[in-house]
Design a protein around this ligand. Sequence first.
Ligand code: ATP
Ligand code: MG
Length: 446
Amino acid sequence: MQQRLLESIEALHGEIYLVGGSVRDTMLGLQVKDSDYIVTGIEFPVLKAQLETWAKVDVVGASFGVLKVASNGVIVDVALPRTERSTGIHHRDFEVSFDSSLPVEYDLARRDFTVNAMALRLRDQALIDPFAGQSDLEKKILRAVGVATERFTEDPLRMLRLARFVAKLGFTVDLDTLAATKALAPLVSSVAAERIQIELLGLLSSQKTLLPALRLLRDTGLLEQFIPEYKICFSFDQQNPYHHLTLEEHMFQTVELARQNTAEVKLAALLHDIGKPATQVFGTDGIAHYYHHEARGADITRSILTRLKCSTELLEMVVKLVRNHMRPPIQSSNKALRKFVNDLGVHWQAALELRRADRLAHTPEPDWDADHWLAETIARCQSFPPDLETFDERNLAVSGTELVERFGLQGAKIGAAKKAAATAIIEGELENEHDAILAWLGQQKI
Ligand code: ATP
Ligand code: MG
């Protein structure tokens, strides 16, 4: 693809550059997810027509300046240099324009961080680096391009991207950029919920250490902007000998310990104890207890994820994980474990992963081998019949009509008999088999 692009552009006497995250990731030896190119010196319609001779080309958005170019299963973005001109005092008041006669440096100047503001000229592999991004890359520093407060005022989402890059790259934040984030964090309230959600999930999907990014979100005031429910957790002393950390640090540690797991598990980890402050009561012994904090936490999680416009699927999964984060007991009978698998459905493994991380983030238990417990419990759950995940009364091999005919049951008793049989099946005490169910119900004196 790259060679083909270069040939097309050279034929038209233009110049083409790889830009942004793709340059950064190439220099870091990371896998490049999506390649972005800038072309200069060729008018947009001419460029489009040329690329259409060998690729499928789509114009992106309303503004004529970006092309999605697809060939042999590879899709890349090819754009003209873009500038943003301020048209008013508010950060949304700017006008985007594309202009093929602008040098690539103009386009780099509107990018967020120096490590994202480099271009690689394809013709000779020359690095165009007006903001010393390469030096910051070597020092592992995230620094805003130009004046940080201006960059963040123009687009407050950049502050969340900053936290995501801390997690993805493991870099530290330049002091001016950090100060600007602290000063301007409240502007994040104007960012669309969907975009916040994407950055948060992107941050959580990193498998590197997540503590620096989470602490950055807390210490800059960003986190409480999009999850105000978190504020009460900061420095919240759990007043309980089983918890040696403040509440938010415990949740952060849980995320950290789940870092090999999916972003969904980590989102549940981030929120799992958020119901604690609202449920705190003190025993006569002076120890704090948090009865039903998981149910309260599930409700709070639902309202947070609704506000962040998460998909129903993601929301229901994370709410379920939060609600069930105290399950299963570490020493579980088969009966309890089968019930757990049935209640959690397809999310049982995610719930076990969360349970492991949560438990590890408590006061250390030297005798507990978490990974052994997890592997063993997963193996036990996998040994159960696969339909246990989805089984409920509706799958019973006996119908309500048969119960009426056979036992003369009526009204609520029919439902109760079905429920009892379903529970026995879930717990492994009864096969979901017609005759076996009728015989079992016969013995139950219903
Ligand atoms: P990744 O793809 O790993 O998430 P990326 O840096 O490639 O990281 P993209 O969202 O793909 O991020 O954006 C590509 C490039 O576009 C960035 O590297 C940056 O130069 C620029 N960019 C993206 N979003 C912004 C923004 N909100 N403000 C300024 N520049 C941005
Ligand atoms: Mg990218």
